[in-house]
Design a protein. Structure first.
Length: 453
């Protein structure tokens, strides 16, 4: 079984099964902007919950934060984003299109036959100008001077400007972290590849504050932790790698960055960045605001500006990677079965309860089973259409288990429990069903695509 996945198949399944749709479709859509439907919301919410679990529940040195999207404009001055968060752009005076100056060899001129910008004799490119990626808006009813604010391009700065607040209430001392999940906005010049790069996206970022001489140790710690997180949630290890940034790739704040990369259908691409930000941000905000952003040990009197290690992930990009890694096709009885082999903890729906036929008391009993299971986990009841069609639908949304109520259930209160991956069907008593599913949900899981490769 080869890897059947392509980006087109993912886009099509997401639309067909209500995960993700192009936004504003009834008005013709807005480029590279997407809305999440029911199953997409459940899947992405599970991705975020697993991230929170890894940050907060599985350790005791990270606390949570939810800061505002619109912050004081001086935040972005101090952070370096107003001056440095730019891409170089060139305009073509002939075809009126705009290109990233550093991506001309990957861009297509608007005219036919397909050529790169600058390749036609009459291409007339301007010099490169820096274009800031932050979205601007105004606060208050009048567009006056001083009313310009920005939609945050990363959640991280909300953490740095709250360093003092958190230090006071959390009773933590370095090494400790502050974690945040939320929307960020970037006026990307070349968005694309579905939800891989959009202008509005969710980040999952954690700033880990450490004594300066421990920075390298914690940088390595977080590289390992973050790679492990993806593997534990089912991403095939051979589709995951760490790649250290070259010196000329580093962001203005970083002394070292490594990306966790995933082998998307578009090739190896960044899934998450882990950066050593040093004392750049706390130092910059302290200088600009006049507030001391440092740690003082009350016992020893020692004071220092902590260094920061930052694992910064994208919730949408991670969701896309989990979808891509899970997508599979196999031949069953002469037909192609399409399914998402998602880790059960990520699957939008954990169990579907299906009466075999819509008569003989089966729907009533199935609804009873469903009412019991939905108290424990995300469950779905479906009685419409043939049993085969209902299974196919559940396979495509990645539901790991299907419970079928049949004529035997009415006699002995047992049901069949179908496994999405192996297609094994076990007979099990209704009374044991909830406990058995919870046991399976807690069990370690690896992708069956690994064994098949
Ligand atoms: N605070 C550091 C920071 O923002 P980044 O590498 O620019 O670093 C972190 O972003 C992560 O956010 C990326 O690895 C990616 O997963 C996600 N991300 C960034 N830009 C994105 C975009 N335009 N669309 C979707 N996800 C994006």
């Amino acid at each position: 079984m080869g890897d059947a996945v392509t980006m087109e198949k993912i886009v099509s399944l997401c639309k067909r099964r209500g995960f993700i749709f192009p936004s504003s479709e009834i008005y013709g859509g807005v480029g590279s902007t997407y809305d999440y439907g029911h199953y997409g919301v459940l899947l992405k919410s599970n991705v975020k919950s697993e991230w929170w679990r890894a940050m907060l529940q599985d350790r005791d040195d990270v606390v949570a934060l939810d800061s505002a999207i619109i912050q004081h404009p001086r935040v972005w001055e101090a952070s370096g984003h107003l001056a440095g968060f730019t891409d170089p752009l060139v305009d073509c005076r002939t075809c009126k299109l705009r290109f990233r100056a550093d991506h001309l060899d990957q861009s297509a001129c608007g005219r036919k036959p397909s050529k790169h910008p600058g390749d036609f004799a009459d291409c007339d490119l301007t010099g490169a100008r820096d274009f800031n990626l932050m979205f601007e808006t105004t606060v208050g009813p009048v567009k006056e001077e001083g009313a310009t604010v920005y939609l945050r391009p990363e959640t991280a700065q909300g953490i740095f400007i709250n360093f003092k607040n958190v230090l006071q209430f959390s009773r933590k001392k370095p090494p400790f972290g502050i974690a945040q999940v939320g929307k960020s906005f970037r006026n990307e010049i070349t968005p694309g590849n579905f939800v891989f790069r959009t202008r509005e996206f969710e980040q999952m970022e954690m700033e880990f504050f450490v004594p300066p001489d421990e920075a390298q140790k914690w940088f390595e710690h977080w590289l390992g932790e973050r790679e492990r997180w993806y593997v534990e949630l089912g991403i095939r290890p051979d589709h995951l790698r760490l790649r250290a940034h070259e010196q000329d790739e580093l962001s203005h704040y970083s002394s070292a960055t490594s990306d966790v990369e995933y082998l998307f259908p578009i090739g190896w691409s960044e899934l998450e960045g882990i950066a050593n930000r040093g004392d750049f941000d706390l130092g910059a905000h302290a200088a600009a605001s006049g507030e001391k952003l440092e740690y003082v040990d009350t016992a020893s009197g020692e004071r220092y500006v902590p260094h920061v290690i930052e694992p910064a992930a994208g919730a949408d990009r991670a969701t896309l990677a989990f979808l891509v890694d899970a997508y599979d096709e196999e031949q069953v009885e002469g037909e192609t079965r399409t399914l998402l082999r998602l880790h059960p903890r990520l699957a939008p729906v954990k169990v579907a309860v299906l009466p075999l036929v819509r008569k003989d008391g089966q729907p009533e009993l199935a609804r009873e089973v469903y009412a019991d299971l939905r108290r424990r986990m995300q469950a779905e009841y479906d009685e419409g259409g043939s049993i085969g069609r209902r299974y196919r639908r559940q396979d495509e949304i990645g539901t790991p288990w299907g419970v079928t109520v049949d004529h035997q259930t009415l006699e002995d209160r047992t049901v069949t429990l179908r496994d999405r991956d192996s297609l094994a069907q076990d007979r099990i008593a209704i009374d044991e069903l909830g406990d058995e599913l919870e046991r399976r949900l807690r069990a370690p899981w690896t992708s069956p695509k690994l064994a098949a490769a």
